[in-house]
Design a binder for this molecule. Structure first.
Ligand SMILES: NC(=O)c1ccc[n+]([C@@H]2O[C@H](COP(=O)([O-])OP(=O)(O)OC[C@H]3O[C@@H](n4cnc5c(N)ncnc54)[C@H](O)[C@@H]3O)[C@@H](O)[C@H]2O)c1
Length: 311
């Protein structure tokens, strides 16, 4: 059944992979984005299909969100400012990531929207005590951004108790892939290594490179978003991890990228005391509830990225 889907922040990195999947399944898309980081060229191509409408507005304005919500059956809420900006400017972060999210969820409940899919984040867990990280593990959000993601999940639960709306919060792990901005917080290390390798220099790793991330390809993220729109209401109203279930250390990443770029160098290790943080998702709930599992492994995904664009 095709829907009219409101996608907030849809002109950004993840949105640019979600919108084509929605169009493929026959939906109409209303994109609400203030274009602070959006890709205008891409949006113009979608608008030309006649099935995408751009509402160039800010989620901080409740009235604008209400108007944009009118006639939509489903919502994908991606608009947010990133974790590093949240430390530099907590006021803006709270405004966009908490007040903005509240505007979106309240309007969705008021307009009879049947499903909201919210871009939450693995950062709600803080530094985990054990791996893999499961949805019922204790949460310890460490920055205003992480607090906002946690609050967003709780606000969804609140509105769902008072309306027909159902929700799924996808806790994305370390998303990478074509279209990512080089400044992306966790994954900037990919861009940094690739830049060095392209000029024939070895990647430099602080400490032993043991800190790890769960790198998940943006195409798999977009698939999860669309699958979360379709899940039966009886199975909704919960957070779901979206990662690969594999932790890749910075040292392994360096070796993977050396192979992908195809240069004959060895990573250099710079002795440092490094706080070793590790990330690895338990993805059993994603399989159980969404029927989702990742399709792109890190080696293939990094090769695809190197071949496609960055640098
Ligand atoms: N990329 C990741 O690794 C990652 C990991 C976990 C969670 N997430 C979450 O996924 C979502 C999408 O992330 P992304 O990587 O595509 O980010 P992005 O910055 O590329 O996209 C965000 C979009 O939101 C828009 N936007 C920002 N503030 C807005 C506002 N006030 N009103 C309307 N639009 C606004 C921007 O113009 C941009 O197009 C975010 O909620 C992010 O927190 C991303």
């Amino acid at each position: 059944m095709s829907s009219t889907v409101l996608v907030t922040g849809g002109a950004g990195f993840i949105g640019s992979h979600v919108v084509p999947l929605l169009l493929e399944r026959g939906d109409r898309v209303r994109l609400m984005d203030n274009m602070s980081r959006g890709d205008r060229g891409r949006v113009a191509e979608w608008v030309a299909t006649g099935r995408v409408e751009l509402v160039e507005q800010d989620v901080r304005y409740g009235g604008a969100v209400h108007r944009a919500m009118s006639g939509c059956d489903q919502v994908v809420h991606l608009a947010a400012v990133s974790i590093n900006k949240s430390e530099a400017d907590p006021y803006e972060s709270v405004d966009i990531n908490i007040v903005g999210s509240n505007n979106v969820f309240k309007a969705a409940a008021d307009h009879g929207v049947r499903r909201v899919v919210f871009a939450s984040s693995a950062s709600v867990y803080g530094d985990p005590d054990r791996l893999p990280m499961a949805e019922d593990d204790p949460l310890d959000p460490l920055t205003p951004y992480c607090v906002a993601k946690h609050t967003g999940e709780q606000l969804l639960a609140y509105y769902a108790r008072r309306s027909a709306m159902t929700w799924i919060a996808l806790r994305f792990f370390n998303v990478y892939g074509p279209g990512q901005k080089p400044t992306a917080y966790y994954t900037s290390v990919i861009n940094h290594f690739v830049q060095r390798l392209r000029s024939g220099e070895a990647p430099v790793i602080d400490g032993k490179g043991e800190q790890s991330m769960d790198f998940v390809h943006v195409h798999d993220i977009a698939r999860a978003v669309v699958m979360a729109l379709d899940v039966d209401a009886a199975r909704a109203n919960l957070p779901i991890n979206i990662g690969t279930g594999i932790d890749t250390s910075v040292a392994e990443l360096a070796r993977t990228l050396i192979d992908a770029v195809g240069v004959d160098v060895e990573p250099q290790f710079r002795p440092r005391d490094v706080l070793v943080s590790r990330r690895m998702a338990d993805i059993s709930r994603a399989l159980d509830v969404l029927g989702w599992k990742p399709t792109i492994d890190v080696r293939t995904g990094m090769q695809d990225l190197v071949d496609s664009e960055i640098g």
